[in-house]
Design a protein. Structure first.
Length: 278
């Protein structure tokens, strides 16, 4: 009996339509609701570590070209239902030149004047509150320190002979009450002195928490930095929570290693900053 080719063609057509619908649904969720994000560096240490996986929400600040996942949208000015981030929020953005995804913390809002002197941050002429914390010890693993990290100088051994990062921590509190830990490696870094610069309208000033190891608004685009305040339209979403974190030992062909590589205590970490007075 001859095959009914029309039925075969219909089956293939339905399969293609189903695949297209699924892809559009995934793109819509990624672009409008939330998407996963991988931390590839140490620029947001100590809060975020190389190997962390995050959930990034797309709706808190409204939507722009940068909200569309996989950089599929052309760069068009404007934002739908736009709402400025708060100081202290951790945001994902498209680099204004390369369109590569970056993750940084919001430090300055439109109209703010930002200045750093000897590594100490000032906003609108007032020094930001800084509190030196005890040294933070974090176990070294294949993902930490990350590639090309500036933190290798802080690798030591604990009493059991295991390698650990011993990091100098300074807790900052921004105007509005957002408080979070930063790494301050001491004097002598090019980013220790900057400004004063006033943030233009519809722009944000962004910095990494690893203050001496972050290509952010203080660093020129020729050095992979953001080249100053960033247009609000470039912000793609807000980092919400760590879903899980891996130490770099997982092997794709060994499912057991996927579980043994998980870092304990990272999953479920809330990435919204504490706010004094709340």
């Amino acid at each position: 009996m001859a095959k009914d080719k029309s039925k075969d063609d219909g089956s293939w057509g339905k399969l293609i339509r189903d695949v297209v619908v699924i892809l559009l649904l995934v793109l819509g969720i990624h672009s409008c609701v939330a998407k996963p994000f991988y931390i590839p560096s140490d620029s947001m240490m100590p809060v975020l570590r190389n190997g962390d996986r995050l959930i990034v929400s797309k709706y808190p600040y409204g939507w722009s070209y940068s909200s569309v996942s996989f950089h599929l949208a052309p760069k068009i000015e404007g934002r739908l239902f736009g709402k400025l981030p708060a100081r202290g929020d951790i945001v994902v953005l498209e680099h204004p030149v390369t369109r590569i995804d970056y993750i940084k913390r919001v430090i300055g809002l439109p109209g703010d004047t930002i200045q750093l002197r000897n590594g100490e941050l000032g906003i609108n002429g007032k020094p930001v509150k800084r509190e030196v914390q005890p040294m933070l010890a974090i176990p070294v693993d294949p993902n930490l320190p990350g590639p090309d990290s500036s933190l290798f100088r802080f690798v030591n051994r604990d009493e059991k002979g295991k390698e650990v990062l011993e990091l100098p921590i300074v807790r900052e509190t921004l105007p509005g009450g957002a408080t979070f830990d930063t790494i301050d490696m001491g004097p002598g870094y090019a980013t220790d002195d900057y400004g004063p610069v006033t943030v233009p309208a519809d722009h944000l000033f962004l910095m990494g928490d690893n203050r001496d190891g972050s290509a952010d608004s203080r660093v020129g685009t020729d050095q992979k930095g953001l080249g100053g305040p960033v247009p609000f339209d470039a912000i793609a979403g807000r980092a919400e929570i760590i879903s899980f974190s891996t130490d770099g030992t997982a092997e794709w062909y060994n499912p057991l290693s996927w579980f043994s590589a998980l870092r304990s205590g990272r999953a479920g970490t809330d990435l919204r900053p504490e706010r004094q007075g709340n």
